[in-house]
Design a protein around this ligand. Sequence first.
Ligand SMILES: [Zn+2]
Length: 438
Amino acid sequence: MATPAALTGWGSTRDGRDARYGQAVVTAGQGQPAAPAGAVLTALLQAASQEVPAAVALRRELHATPELGGRETRTASRVAAALGEPGAPSVTTGRLVRIGAASGPSVAIRAELDALPLTEQTPVAWASRNGASHSCGHDVHLAALTVAGRAVRRVGGPLPLVAVLQPREEGYPSGALDLVGSPQLEAQDIRAVIGVHVHPHILCGQVSAGPGPVNAAYDEVTITVQGRGGHAAYPHVTRDPVLAAAHVILALQHLISRRTDPMHPAVLTIGTVQAGTAANVVPEQVVLTGSLRTFEPADRASLRSAVSATAGATAEAYECTAQATFTQGEPVLDNDPALAAAAAACLAQAGLRVAEPLRSCGSDDFAYYCTRYPSLMMFVGVGQPGMQDAPGLHHPAFLPREEAVEDVARAMLAGYVAACSVVLPGAAAGLGWAPESV
Ligand SMILES: [Zn+2]
């Protein structure tokens, strides 16, 4: 293993480093310093550890002043500045910060800018008081990305790093669609994308980086059950949509338990029911909204049509009507197998234990990057032993511990180095660095 000093020739000053980034790629094997992946990662991790205190302070600042999706301009500016480029170009309310050569192949790391419309319920002095809350851990991801980016600025790296500060991960249309396929992102010549998300179902110190599908495709459904309203004392002259909607909800559950292959994960949840306004009135209509999550494209299509047909037929039995409309969300999040394999070795070097692959019916618009680039989403543990019932993602009392900033940063750097080794195997071999335990 080369020592970190082997890297100092291409990482000391901004201008020189930028030139050398390009050279490292173009002239691989022609006299560039040997820099085994182990040494690159070691140097980056050492630099990262010095950035952690400032990043923890930044995390508190972001946490105290969250912004909802579509309004994240201040958050984006603050993080871009922390990454050393306050004037980084905008893409809607997001930013792209490129670290390294201005052109040529690069590796991207995505972090989400938005908070949730929740009233925070944590006891910390830096809790949000503005009606929005970073209850999905995006404040941790952003702070960690500043650690990773600043480490790459200081040390250098095999390929430029593009920090993707993405808006509206929690909303629709997905913020990832602002970026994926955009001229601004296409211009970055991205060859791989890394994403990291904290996860309370994984213990602290562990990271899941499983290959293949790890998150479900997501669709939202709105079902309008129309009846005929009237006085509650005379139900026989009404057509009660509340009763019909109750049966629709029950009937829909049969689509998962009896119409879907039990070996195919799928879940349908009705999350809202909006009916009348008075206890003594049969309302005219009920509106249900729900979420459908699937892993198989065929299930996605067949369940959507079955939801429509079942809702309609069930409502008809009560002499009401039901109309279902769908809003298509993100596709399945499909981790690139080569990136996952390379990351496993680098994660271990970064002091993180590789956990069993986490596959869940959660969803994340990072899936859109997977459709365009080889991509890897990793889940970093923030769970504590014996605390399975602690508030989880999207709960207003969810609060990852502060050490998560460093854990996520280390996972990001491991993913970045792993991606470089996969993207440019020839150049990596020429430079003498492939993940040492692969
Ligand atoms: Zn999230």
